[in-house]
Design a protein around this ligand. Structure first.
Ligand SMILES: N[C@@H](CCC(=O)N[C@@H](CS)C(=O)NCC(=O)O)C(=O)O
Length: 204
């Protein structure tokens, strides 16, 4: 087994998906968390693309959260059983990234009026559309998971992407029982429970 060292800020953000993959797969890794006060500086200079996250595998550095999570999923049994399942998983992961980008835009917008507009659209249109799409996928697959009959990167990506809105808008979810059921299934995976209950709470 290679030595894994994962470097990201001390938050969930775009980087938590990789931590979830490692924990779900039961694979040991070093979870290096960079304080914002240490950024930029030496940390940025050390990163391959001037951004976080990146993963060191036996000392070699690899950037991009999507590439890293797909690699860990592929290597450690979270990427389905065949190419069609890989494709379906990638489709769900792509959907989560689309939603995450909208979320990030609405939350990090500097202009106050524009921010209000984007947040209103996010909560009244983008989040419900995303949840409807997820509910449909789960209803069609009928296993409680997004793809196949077991936990994959798709379930972890959705879990991670919805963490903030589940916390901030819990009432929205009563309309999406399959999504709630999937979330419970992921959160109660024996390999994940210890991590989820002990990790440091962060705002995002
Ligand atoms: N597509 C990249 C995006 C990486 C990215 O935007 N990282 C942000 C944190 S989430 C960052 O490093 N920001 C600091 C900077 O750009 O100086 C990924 O998913 O890894």
């Amino acid at each position: 087994m290679p030595t894994y060292r994962y470097i990201y800020f001390d938050l969930r953000g775009r980087g938590e998906i990789v931590r979830l993959c490692f924990h779900a797969a039961g694979v040991k890794f070093e979870d290096v968390r960079i304080e914002h006060s240490a950024w930029p500086g030496k940390c940025r200079d050390a990163s391959p693309f001037g951004q976080l996250p990146y993963l060191e595998i036996d000392g070699k550095k690899f950037p991009q959260s999507l590439a890293i999570s797909q690699y860990i999923a592929r290597e450690h049994g979270l990427y389905g059983n065949n190419s069609l399942e890989n494709l379906s998983i990638d489709g769900v992961v792509g959907l989560t990234i689309d939603y995450f980008n909208l979320w990030a835009k609405a939350n990090f917008e500097k202009d106050a009026n524009r921010k209000t507009e984007l947040q209103t659209k996010l909560n009244s249109e983008d989040l419900p559309t995303f949840l409807q799409q997820l509910e449909k996928l789960l209803t069609e697959n009928k296993t409680g998971y997004f793809v196949g009959k077991k936990l994959t990167l798709a379930d972890l990506a959705v879990y991670s992407t919805l963490e903030n809105s589940f916390r901030d808008f819990p009432d929205v979810y009563t309309k999406y029982p399959q999504v709630v059921g999937n979330r419970k299934k992921v959160g109660s995976q024996p390999q994940l429970t210890a991590y989820l209950s002990s990790r440091k709470p962060t705002n995002i």
